[in-house]
Design a protein around this ligand. Sequence first.
Ligand SMILES: Nc1ncnc2c1ncn2[C@@H]1O[C@H](COP(=O)(O)OP(=O)(O)OP(=O)(O)O)[C@@H](O)[C@H]1O
Length: 290
Amino acid sequence: MTLEINNITKKFEKNIVLNDISVALESGVYGLLGANGSGKTTLMRIICGVIKANEGTVIYNGEDTNEKSVPFRSILGFLPQDFRYYPDFTGLKFLLYMAALKGLDNKTAKEKCNELLHLIGLEAVKNKKIKKYSGGMKQRLGIAQAMINDPKVLILDEPTVGLDPKERVRFRNLISSFSKEKIIILSTHIVSDVEYIADEILILNNRKVENRGTAVELVKEIEGQVWECIVQPAAADEMRAKYIVSNEKHETEGMILRVISKEQPTRNATMVQPTLEDLYLYYLREEVGK
Ligand SMILES: Nc1ncnc2c1ncn2[C@@H]1O[C@H](COP(=O)(O)OP(=O)(O)OP(=O)(O)O)[C@@H](O)[C@H]1O
């Protein structure tokens, strides 16, 4: 199973959001990481055919997904960022409705809806109207609707938004149990989510997929560049202006700063193991310095 994104360029008027992006994906879970506005949603919408790229193609198992003769939609599941619900529908009715739209027959739809409602932990409230659901419950319902047709390619735009820690764990388990022989792409700002779920991480930066790899592979890039040092509060501002500071802790002896820098930032600084969170901030350095 392969999904190839070939030379995708997307402009909104003069604003080039994605510039000649090419990535080839095989079955697995991919975490798409990038700053606000880096084009994650745009890329996902292009893959799903919701919007068209100016240039480039999306090829699934050797076939262009934009060709009308290619039934890509039937093997695709999508949770958009701005997913709309019908507030007066119950959770079950909503899923049955989505199943009908995807062409499932009645019997399969009922079975699938109940199975998913159980998996996402909404069985007890399936007959309640969606307007009475919490944000996390709605989000889980959105995830379920994306999975209703047992898609081979599942695209989830910020699926963990609004989920509490317990719900996030449930989501991770759901994805790993579902991920066999599938391509799952999910975007998030929550680094720990991709760290736990994704087999591979794609970093979207400067209009490109700038880097890809496992969390362990990626953090190697900044090995030897992450430091912890103690500074007095008065010096913290200067440090923030000069370096990427990925964490700050107030202690009695001063402030403990976690700093990303090629050189040792202070004489007392000790080198520490980089994390994916450090790497993320490293890629977002322009934002950090602002
Ligand atoms: N329909 C549109 N018309 C004009 N500009 C757009 C449109 N959609 C997106 N953009 C612009 O494209 C850029 C990328 O937006 P996109 O939503 O893809 O980023 P993102 O990485 O998903 O951001 P976020 O993390 O905030 O959701 C932004 O500068 C945005 O303003």
